[in-house]
Design a protein around this ligand. Sequence first.
Ligand code: SF4
Length: 453
Amino acid sequence: MSRPEHPHIPWSGPAEGPRILGINPWIFDFAAFNVWSRPVGLLACLDMLRAAGASVALVDCLDRTWEDARWPSPGKYGTGHYPKEELPLPEPLAFMDRRYSRYGLPRDMVREALAALDPAPDLVLVTSIMTYWYPGALEVLDIAAELWPDVPRVLGGTYATLCTEHARAHARADLIMQGSMELPANWASLWQRLGLPAPSLPPNAGLSLALDLYAEPHYAPILGSRGCPFTCEYCASRALYPDFTQSAPDAVFSALRAEYDRGVRDFAFYDDALLINPDRWLWPVLDRINAEDLSLRLHTPNAMHVRRLSADVCARLKRAGLHTVRLGLETTDFDHRHDVKLTRREWEDGARNLLDAGFDLDDIGVYILFGLPGQDLGNVEQAVEHVRSYGFRPHLAHYTPIPHSPLFAEAAKVSPYPLAREPLFQNNSIWPCVPGGFNWDEAKRWKLLLQGK
Ligand code: SF4
């Protein structure tokens, strides 16, 4: 499928079904880079709605979408920059000495395309990813309200789930949906807005994605599970997905194969706990990639659990085509951790197993958490040195205080900003829990440290 010309937005699914338009809003932030980004929650919703009889369409403000849209050329393995338009700083962030932008498709282009959408939607579904990107969701909802005042608007996703009261107070939405659409109460209330009885949930709801709604994709997500069985203190995975569910291998492989047959060669795992129960779906899928001799590149933008990286696991991942390896190492202070328990021995074994399996040092990046409440930044420096001593690339994962995560109350206590009241202060670019907050001198110093200078 080739990209349409602007302003065309195609509908997909039974013409007689209700028309549901899904929108992934722009990013509003100080920086943004596309690391195989896809709004998987929204894509899961559109897939289950279409399978249940709806006609669906997608406007992803973070995808090029139209042949005549100007978009930076993709970089390594399909990652890349977004177009951006600089905006005035929102009033709460006026103290920041950094540029703030809307990232993604030009606003006018999106508005014109929505205005030209024919037939018009019967319901608009807007997602939200990071809580502090909510201005993008509000802007899209405003446009939908202007264009189709009588069409119900539903806001879901992370911001809607974790900052529900804020969303109720600020979003022009008829329904703020908390949690996954496949939850029985959410499924029922969505169909109620359409004035229709709720059909049965289709099989694999929540795990099957409407990836075909993208024309000419450079990459695709793979989703084999939802949720995570662990409870790291800084993470809100449990609040977003209380259960850990895994897909069946056939479903995961068919989705991958369909994208491969469309020419996609870069695939990013979106699982939070990729290496848990790998016999359930991961090994069968990797075995089929090998058996069918697919030549592709796999990436793990979400950090993998180092303690699971046995020699066998590393060899299997390498054989199937894993290229980009991201590991999580919160700290090398192994006795005081906020994440999944990891001993020094496990870390060293995992690191060695990766190298023995033949991974390139350049493709292995290690996330080190920076800016936790009360964190001794000297430990972060040590962790950077430690990671570099293996030849791996250290990356700082800037701590984001996420509402409903176990650590949020402590973050709100130490931060000078009202984190719970205003989600814009949850932006990790302002270093919300680092004494003194973001400043350019410190940012440059850390950049040099990461480079070993
Ligand atoms: S940080 Fe990762 S491992 Fe920890 S709870 Fe969240 S998703 Fe699970």
